[in-house]
Design a protein around this ligand. Structure first.
Ligand SMILES: Nc1ncnc2c1ncn2[C@@H]1O[C@H](COP(=O)(O)OP(=O)(O)OP(=O)(O)O)[C@@H](O)[C@H]1O
Ligand SMILES: [Mg+2]
Length: 375
């Protein structure tokens, strides 16, 4: 009989996870009984893989963009990840919800909630909100606009189940329009076909633009607050959502850029060109900021995402922190952990190679931690 711990009532919590043929885990089970869980072990032992398995149960795919097949234990066919959750509003208060993600041998992925197969895997996204901070996320700050759009889309997909469907429609039409632009001979343009593509792009693009605008408007001040909190002082940073659609109606923009699109053989305007502009002292953030400042801004973005999801879902998302100790000075590290321990009240999974470092950091914050050793 499963007993929900009353001191954690209202806390979205993963109690138990069983991994079968997932990455380097042939058949392993972990039990979690704390709000803060330290996952410790040497390099290559499977700490990040365990976080990725948790992410699978929340978002039905790998956080690191690898295909389902690559996440199957080498030499095996298919995997199974099963987790016992409690605490979200839609879950029963009396018994945990079992979420199972199965990759069948034929490559088909299924998601089960309490043994009921979900009709569409994507419907599950956002039901168990989750935020990950991993080393490669630095690309959100230092990489190109694609990385920042992926961040925005990841957040919006969890906030609103309909967003992903819109985005997929937009991308499909965009691809069709671009293929047509590539294939069409000079002077022999089928204007009516382009008009059909344009109207479909406008239909989906304007919905996505509105959602991105609203979400970024809410997110920007939260990012600013979190950054100041982590830095421990006010720094002159600015965060701004930028989209070609701010320049006019999407239909007009497409019309105006048609000749250019035909010449360049691709669609040069639209929400696929959006960006999140990050600045420090009015200069591009990535050019001016130190490594620690970049990392602080990354945390600020992610913790703002956490806050927005929390407000929307009425529950604190799971926070998965992978190797966060590098490159932050003592003050910034302290401020970050202080936030994670006190202001954030959700469950946290944090990896480190040294259990003692984690134990010390959290005992300094006065927060109990369960250490899970991976050998
Ligand atoms: N599909 C797979 N099948 C078997 N093993 C895999 C698979 N995918 C990854 N691995 C193994 O998992 C290990 C990496 O695990 P992971 O990245 O979780 O380590 P880690 O504990 O986070 O290490 P670090 O401290 O270096 O970050 C590697 O040894 C890799 O070979
Ligand atoms: Mg790792």
């Amino acid at each position: 009989m499963f007993i929900l711990r009353t001191e954690h009532a209202g806390l979205l919590q993963l109690h138990d996870i069983a991994l079968f043929q997932f990455k380097n885990y042939p058949n392993t089970r972990f039990r979690f009984h704390s709000r803060i869980i330290g996952i410790c072990g040497n390099n290559g032992m499977g700490k990040t893989n365990l976080l990725d398995a948790i992410y699978y149960l929340c978002c039905t795919k790998s956080y690191f963009g690898s295909t389902d097949a690559l996440n199957t234990l080498h030499g095996a066919a298919g995997f199974r990840i099963a987790g016992q959750f409690s605490g979200a509003e839609w879950m029963s208060p009396d018994e945990p919800l079992e979420v199972v993600c199965v990759l069948r041998e034929n490559g088909k992925k299924e998601l089960h909630a309490n043994a009921r197969v979900l009709e569409r895997v994507a419907d599950h996204v956002g039901k168990i909100p989750c935020v990950v901070i991993a080393p490669d996320d630095a690309e959100i700050i230092t990489g190109g606009s694609t990385d920042r759009r992926r961040f925005i889309d990841g957040l919006l997909c969890q906030l609103d189940a309909a967003y992903l469907a819109e985005l997929m429609c937009y991308n499909r039409v965009l691809q069709q329009r671009n293929s047509y632009l590539k294939s069409c001979a000079p002077g022999r343009t089928d204007e009516s076909l382009l008009a059909v593509y344009d109207s479909q792009l406008v239909q989906h693009g304007e919905i996505l633009f509105r959602q991105r605008s609203q979400t970024m408007e809410a997110l920007a001040p939260l990012i600013h607050q979190r950054y100041t909190q982590i830095a421990g002082r006010e720094e002159n940073i600015s965060i701004r959502y930028e989209s070609p659609l701010q320049q006019g109606r999407f239909g007009d923009l497409l019309h105006l850029s048609r000749q250019k699109d035909l010449a360049l053989q691709r669609t040069t305007t639209g929400i696929h060109r959006d960006d999140l502009v990050l600045e420090l002292d009015d200069q591009p953030f990535k050019q001016l900021a130190s490594q620690g400042q970049r990392k602080s801004l990354l945390f600020a973005l992610k913790l703002a995402e956490l806050k927005l999801l929390q407000q929307s879902k009425q529950v604190s998302p799971l926070l998965l922190l992978d190797d966060v100790f590098e490159k932050l000075d003592e003050t910034r590290m302290h401020n970050l952990l202080h936030y994670v321990c006190t202001e954030n009240n959700g469950q946290v999974f944090i990896t480190d190679t040294q259990a003692t470092r984690l134990e010390k950091a959290f005992s300094d914050c006065g927060t109990p931690i369960q250490i899970v050793e991976i050998k």
